[in-house]
Design a protein around this ligand. Sequence first.
Ligand SMILES: *Cc1c(COP(=O)(O)O)cnc(C)c1O
Length: 377
Amino acid sequence: MRLATKAVHSGIEHDPPFRPLSAPIFQTSTFVWDEMDHEADPMYTRYGNPSRRSVEIALAELENAKDALFLSSGMAAIATVCSMLRPGDHVLCQRDVYGGTWKLLSKYIAQMGIDVTFADSSNTEAFSNHLRDNTKLVWIETPTNPTMRIVDIRACAHAAHSVGAVVVADNTFASPVFQNPLDLSCDVVMHSATKYLNGHSDVIGGALMWRDERFTVFLDYLKSAGNNPSPFDCWLMRRGIKTLELRVRKQAENAQAIAEFLATHPRIESVHYPGLESDPGHQLAKSQMNGFGGMLSFVVEDGANAAKNAANKLKLIKIAASLGGVESIIGYPPVMSHAMLSENERRQRGILPGLLRLSVGIENVDDLIEDLDQALS
Ligand SMILES: *Cc1c(COP(=O)(O)O)cnc(C)c1O
C-alpha cells in the first residue's frame, strides 16, 4: 500500500459485534483477566492499550518500519532513546537541533557521565571527525530548525555506522510524506507527533520507529518510565494521521508560493526554504526528500523590532509556538524554540534578530500572502 492508503487504514480494526468503521477509544486504565493464571493482553494501559496500538501500527507503516512506539511527547521519545546510554558513552549531536533536544542532552544527559558533543553537520566530513570509538548515539535533524538547512542523511548514517553508533533522525519537519530516514540507512526515526502527524494542534505526542528488533527495548523503558500517552490522545492522533498526506502536500504547495513571494519582497533580506532553487540545500533536498515541506523562515530587514512589529500586524496568521497544524502560525525563535540558547549561540546557528519562522497551514494561499503583505507594508 502507498502512504495515503496506509494513513487512512493501518491499525484500524473493525471488531465484532459492532464492527465500527472508525476505531473506538479504549478509555480504560486496565483490562479484565479471564482467570488468575490467564493474564489479560493488554494488561494495563501504561503497558499497552488498543488505542495506542492502532497509532503505533500506522506510525510503523508510514516510515516503512517494523515497529513503532507512541509516547506522551516528542521529548519523551528523545528521552527514551537516551535510555540506551551508559556512563562513559559519547553522543554526537548535530549543533542545529530543536532547543529541547539541546537542553536534554547538554544538561541532563551530560550530568550522567555521558560525553555530549554538538557539531555543525552542514559538512558531513567535518561532522564525522567528532566521532569516537565510544560514540553510541548520533543525532541528526533535517531540515534544521529554524534555518531550514539540509543535512546529508545517508552520509551521516554511513559515518555513524563506521564506529558502531546508532543513528537517529528527528524527522518532525519533513513528515513521513516527504522523507523516510530508515530508507536512507538510519536506525531509528523520531517524530514530535504533536506537529505534522497529528496536524490539528490539539495533542502532544511523540513517535519512535525502527526495523531492528533490538529497539523493542524502548517499549520496556516506556513501561518503566511511564511516558505513555492517554487513550484519548491516541484516538485523536490516529484520527489526525488519516489526512496526513493531503494536509502536508497542501502545506508544501502553500509554502513554496509564500517563499517565492517573500524572496522578491523588498523588506525581506533572505528566505530559508529548500524548495527555492537558490537555496543552498535545494539539490541535497531533492536527492533525499520527495517534497520540501511546509516550514520556512525569513529575515525581516532592520532586525528584531521590525520582525516583531510585522508579526504583531498579522491578522490571519497567529503568533504561537509549535508547528505542523492546519492553521498557519508564526514564531520568533529567540523567545520560543531557541529561548534556552544564548544570543551568541543563536548567532552561530544563523538565528539572526530579524528571523521569523512560519509554519504554513492549509488555508487559501492568497489569503496568507495578502496577510503577510499587509503586515510588511
Ligand atoms: C516540537 C519538537 C520536538 C519536541 O516535541 P514535543 O512533542 O513538543 O515534546 C522535537 N523535535 C522537533 C524538531 C520539534 O519541532
